[in-house]
Ligand binder design. Structure first.
Ligand code: KIV
Length: 318
């Protein structure tokens, strides 16, 4: 639509090129990034992916039994949901980490149900094959089981999620039970639970004492019994995570919990290095999109300022 408006209003003057009469009228073109030029439209990209069956909670259970590692990443918008789904991940988490990596908050605490719904709806427009899990943000479930069911229901009804995740152990068991009783699949989350950052005194590795390890083992079992279809284990010692994973019949998905879990999850913006700043020890940067994006925009700015962009092939005639 923007293209049509611009075409209708006529050609814009080529200021930079006209102000340098001694220079050739058309300087050398800016080399285009081949992948960018060839990139198909999102719909075409989806169509090119070989058909895979829809991932469900039952699929994850099968992966555990077959010892096939489960792959989960976060995504918060349509383009990245399309990309991670085309990459073949099993689970897309619309995590409340969006508060930090997308919205710029210091913690996840300011994230609301409305924030999650907004991003979840964008993710669902990509129609992922992956199972889509919506995070229950701070204060969306802690008040009562009734509040938890209502907000979990909104994630499915208004957002299109296929499951929800909530943080906590013993104290959230009544909420997990109520949500599961409402036929809403629930993913648990134990260990470092970022919504408890103030109680925990920072983002620290959990399960360091014998007492803490005993509590985590017990809570993992309780979450399974309460109806969770899986549990995220965050920032706990690898031997403990392996022990819990072996003891449970439901899959565990680790983040900073070692290779003994049934699957792994990372925040997309961490694994793609889409932001600066210190990273936890468990993050590996599998690509550097932050630097690539900065270089791309710098190239655009330089091309505009030197008159090398736009060129005739980018223009509409009258
Ligand atoms: O919000 C989030 O992204 C998460 C993952 C790190 C598990 O909870």
């Amino acid at each position: 639509m923007a293209v049509r408006r611009q075409a209708a209003s006529g050609r814009r003057p080529r200021r930079a090129a006209q102000s340098r009469p001694a220079a050739p009228r058309r300087p050398a073109p800016v080399p285009a990034v081949p992948e960018a030029r060839a990139a198909p439209a999102p719909a075409a990209r989806r169509a090119a992916v070989p058909a895979r069956p829809k991932v469900t909670c039952a699929t994850l259970q099968e992966h555990k039994h077959a010892h096939r590692p489960i792959v989960m990443v976060t995504a918060y918008d349509y383009p990245f949901a399309s990309i991670v789904d085309a990459a073949g991940v099993d689970v897309i988490l619309v995590g409340d980490s969006l508060g930090m990596v997308v919205l710029g908050f210091e913690t996840t605490l300011p994230v609301t149900v409305r924030h999650i719904l907004h991003h979840l709806q964008a993710v669902m427009r990509a129609r992922p094959r992956a199972l889509v899990v919506a995070d229950m943000p701070f204060m969306s479930f802690q008040v009562s089981p009734r509040q938890a069911v209502r907000n979990a229901g909104r994630m499915l009804q208004e957002g299109g999620a296929e499951a929800v995740k909530l943080e906590g152990g013993e104290r959230v068991l009544p909420m997990v039970e109520s949500i599961a009783r409402a036929d809403i699949p629930v993913l648990g989350h134990l260990g470092l639970t970022p919504q408890s950052v103030h109680r925990l005194g920072g983002y620290r590795v959990q399960g360091r004492t014998a007492e803490a390890r005993t509590r985590l083992r017990r809570e993992a079992r309780q979450l399974q019994d309460a109806g969770c279809f899986g549990i995220v284990l965050e920032a706990i010692p690898a031997p403990l995570a392996a022990e819990i994973s072996a003891a449970l019949s439901i899959p565990t998905i680790g983040i900073g919990a070692g290779a003994g879990c049934d699957g792994q999850v990372l925040v997309l913006h961490d694994l793609l290095a889409l932001h600066d700043g210190p990273m936890p020890r468990f993050v590996q940067r599998f690509a550097n999109l932050g630097d690539a994006a900065r270089a791309g925009v710098e190239a655009f700015a330089a091309a505009v300022r030197s008159g090398r962009y736009p060129r005739p092939e980018h223009e509409y005639g009258s």
